[in-house]
Design a protein around this ligand. Structure first.
Ligand code: ADP
Ligand code: MG
Length: 289
């Protein structure tokens, strides 16, 4: 039997393995190969094929609010390195290549349209969290929290009780200020928020969740969306998608999906819960059905 530190070490190795496959900034990754070799078919591992197939599924499900071909637009805004507002004409030029329908999947290979590129930043953490859960479950770990940069996946319970997962108060200066607490067992909790990565210009906030239809950061009444689901991949893709959809469309979208719940925080700091969630006077949220 391996000890806990060996098991934890393997979890980090799993993260590295997928980083080498999915990171578009690593020139040797499979995603880079696909991006550089468009418009040719590129043979890829089962994992890379699967995450791209799943991405297309979430794109169809969300009518294009989630779209991994957003990559050229992500590069233009360059939120992580040199954040700036790109020229309108550059956004218009890059938008021509944003369309998930042009991703071709065949056997074990992937092909993009000419000049198209993909960015798995909106789904990879969820996919990898599920893989780590599979590994830990095989190792008979019955209670754990997997936290990949705010993408939380909980295994089992916390000494027979619920785990408490905080939803960050958007744009709070205090590191541990929460808008609410989610009490759950054995679920994924993923938040997409305007406050995660952003810059301000002329008092306007520009953040990293982009609208594939406009090429600009999503600008609606929301500060964040938290998705509660079984699979973290669902939570990751759907939190990004619902954030783009906005409160009304996003709420109705989630309410039509089974076993998926959402907590929206609007810019007035009000909480909006999807069907199947309840909240008590201490702002503790749990699943009611
Ligand atoms: P975080 O990375 O903070 O957990 P998200 O899961 O919402 O947040 O993913 C945001 C990332 O996904 C961006 O940094 C970018 O790489 C990519 N992205 C941005 N907008 C979209 C979109 N509409 N569809 C798919 N991916 C997106
Ligand atoms: Mg996401």
């Amino acid at each position: 039997m391996e000890n806990e530190s060996e098991i934890a070490h393997t979890c980090f190795e799993i993260c590295d393995k997928y980083d080498h496959l999915f990171n578009k900034h690593d020139k040797k990754s499979e995603v880079s190969k696909i991006n550089f070799q468009s418009p040719d078919y590129v043979d890829v591992s089962k994992e890379t094929f699967d995450i791209i197939r799943d991405s297309k599924y979430y794109s169809r499900l969300s009518s294009g609010s989630f779209d991994i071909t957003i990559s050229p637009i992500v590069d233009l805004w360059d939120i992580n390195n040199h954040p700036h507002v790109p020229k309108k004409k550059n956004i218009a030029a890059a938008l021509k290549y944003v369309n998930y329908k042009n991703i071709q999947l065949k056997d074990s290979s992937v092909k993009l349209a000419k000049h198209q590129e993909i960015d798995l930043g909106g789904i990879a953490k969820g996919y990898v969290a599920d893989k780590i859960k599979n590994f830990l479950t095989k190792k008979q770990i019955s209670s754990a929290i997997i936290n990949l940069g705010g993408n939380i996946l909980v295994i089992g319970d916390n000494d027979k009780k619920d785990f408490n997962i905080g939803i960050k108060k958007p744009f709070s200066n205090k590191n541990n200020a929460y808008s609410a607490k989610i009490k759950i067992k054995n679920k994924s909790v993923v938040t997409s928020g305007a406050y995660e990565r952003y810059f301000k210009k002329n008092n306007k906030i520009y953040h990293h969740i982009l609208n594939p239809k406009t090429g600009y950061p999503t600008d609606n009444s929301l500060y964040s969306v938290t998705i509660i689901s079984d699979k973290s991949e669902d939570g990751d893709a759907l939190s990004t998608a619902t954030f783009v959809m906005g409160l009304e469309k996003g709420m109705s979208f989630i309410n039509h999906l089974n076993h998926i719940y959402a907590v929206f925080i609007t810019k007035d700091y009000k909480l909006h819960l999807s069907d199947g969630l309840i909240i008590n006077k201490n702002n503790e949220i749990s699943i009611s059905q």
